[in-house]
Design a protein around this ligand. Structure first.
Ligand SMILES: Cc1cc2nc3c(=O)[nH]c(=O)nc-3n(C[C@H](O)[C@H](O)[C@H](O)COP(=O)(O)OP(=O)(O)OC[C@H]3O[C@@H](n4cnc5c(N)ncnc54)[C@H](O)[C@@H]3O)c2cc1C
Length: 317
C-alpha cells in the first residue's frame, strides 16, 4: 500500500543540495520529506573528494553518508522513489512519485541535478554496461590489465577519467572534438602531460560504435585518422562528455530556465520563477562552479527561503 504525505516542504533529490536543504528545513522545524531513488547523487559516485572543506581526502560515498547521518539524527524521512509529476493547485503543491505515493506540500525544493550526456550513436544504449560506461570512477577497475580504453570528453571529468584508467589499462585514448583543452584544472593537465600511456586525440569525434550484441563494444570509428587508422580496437569506452540539467519536472511546473544554459533560473535566495518553488545545486544557474560545496550551500539557502515562505503562508491561511 502506498503511503501519502502532507508536509511543509518536499525536497526532491538525494544529493548534496537536497540533503543540506533537508538538514536546514528540519532544524527550522518545518515538516520535511526528502524523495529520490538514488542515494548520494553524483558526489557518492564521484570517487575521492579532495576539495570539500573540513573533510580532506574523503570518498564521495562516505561524505554523503555523513550528510545523511545528520539528517537521520533529526529523523527527517527519506522516501526512495523519484518525483514524476508535480502541480500547483490552490496554492499547494501536489506531487506524485514513481511508486504512486502522493504528497501535498506548501513548498518545494528541487535538487535533482544533471543527467550525463550521451554521444547519440547507434547501439550506445544497448551496449551500455557492455563496454560503454558513463562513470570512470565507478567502472575503471573493471578494465584492469585490458589493452586499450577510450575516454571521450574535454572537461575535468574526462581528464580525471583518463588518468584513473591509465592505472588499470595499458593504453588510453583521450578523444576530444576541439583542438585544445580549456576547461580542465591546470594541475590535471600537468599530470596528463606526464602520463605516458595516454594518447590525446584532438579535433576528433567518435562516428560509429562497432561490436556485437553478445560481447558489446569492440572498436570505435573516428572522424580523423590516428596513426593511419580510422578505427581503433578498444575494450571499453567512457563517455565523460558533460551533463545536462534535469528539466522534465521544472518544465512540467513551468519554471523559467536560463536561456543559454537551460538550467533552472534562480535568484540569490534560490527562488525560482514560481512562488514556493526553490532550486539548488547542479540543476540551477546559481553558479558556474558545479561542486559539492556549492550545491550544499545553495541547499542551505533554499531552506531559509522555504522557511520564510512557509511561515508567511501559514500566517495568511
Ligand atoms: C565524476 C565526478 C567527479 C566529481 N568530483 C567532485 C569533487 O572532487 N569535488 C566536488 O566538490 N564536486 C565534484 N563533482 C561535482 C559534484 O558531484 C556535484 O556538483 C554535486 O553532486 C551536485 O550536487 P546536487 O545535489 O546538485 O546534484 P546530484 O549530486 O546530481 O544529486 C541529484 C539527486 O537528485 C536525484 N534525482 C534525479 N531525478 C530525480 C527525481 N525526478 N526525483 C527525485 N530525485 C531525483 C538523483 O538521483 C540524485 O540523488 C564531481 C562530479 C562528477 C560527475
Amino acid at each position: 500500500m502506498t503511503k501519502n504525505y502532507k508536509v511543509d516542504v518536499l525536497i526532491a533529490g538525494q544529493g548534496a543540495a537536497s540533503f543540506a536543504a533537508g538538514l536546514y528545513t528540519s532544524r527550522y522545524q518545518l515538516s520535511t520529506l526528502i524523495v529520490g531513488e538514488h542515494f548520494g547523487g553524483e558526489t557518492a559516485i564521484g570517487g575521492l573528494i579532495e576539495n570539500y572543506p573540513g573533510q580532506p581526502d574523503i570518498d564521495g560515498f562516505d561524505l554523503m553518508l555523513k550528510f545523511k547521518e545528520q539528517i537521520d539524527n533529526l529523523k527527517t524521512p527519506i522516501h526512495s522513489s523519484n518525483l514524476v509529476n508535480v502541480e500547483k493547485k490552490s496554492g499547494k503543491f501536489h506531487s506524485i512519485l514513481e511508486d504512486g505515493t502522493q504528497i501535498e506540500s506548501i513548498s518545494l525544493i528541487l535538487g535533482i541535478g544533471r543527467e550525463r550526456r550521451k554521444l547519440g550513436l547507434e547501439n550506445e544504449d544497448s551496449w551500455t554496461g557492455k563496454g560503454i560506461s558513463y562513470c570512470s570512477t565507478c567502472d575503471a577497475p573493471l578494465y584492469k590489465n585490458k589493452s586499450s580504453v577510450a575516454v571521450v570528453g574535454g572537461g575535468n571529468a574526462a581528464v580525471e577519467g583518463a588518468l584513473l584508467l591509465s592505472k588499470y589499462a595499458e593504453k588510453i585514448y583521450l578523444i576530444y572534438r576541439k583542438g585544445k583543452f580549456t576547461r580542465p584544472e591546470p594541475i590535471l593537465l600537468k599530470i596528463l602531460d606526464q602520463t605516458s600511456n595516454i594518447d590525446v586525440l584532438f579535433n576528433t569525434e567518435i562516428t560509429n560504435l562497432i561490436g556485437d550484441d553478445i560481447l558489446g563494444l569492440k572498436s570505435i570509428s573516428i572522424s580523423k585518422t590516428w596513426e593511419g587508422k580510422s578505427q581503433i580496437d578498444v575494450d571499453g569506452l567512457f563517455v565523460e562528455a558533460g551533463a545536462d540539467p534535469r528539466i522534465d519536472i521544472p518544465k512540467k511546473l513551468g519554471l523559467e530556465l536560463n536561456s543559454s544554459t537551460n538550467e533552472v533560473h534562480v535568484d540569490i535566495a534560490q527562488k525560482t520563477s514560481i512562488e514556493g518553488v526553490f532550486a539548488a545545486g547542479d540543476l540551477t544557474d546559481g553558479t558556474e562552479l558545479k561542486q559539492t560545496i556549492t550545491a550544499a550551500s545553495q541547499g542551505a539557502i533554499s531552506a531559509l527561503s522555504a522557511y520564510q515562505y512557509v511561515s508567511e503562508y501559514k500566517s495568511s491561511h
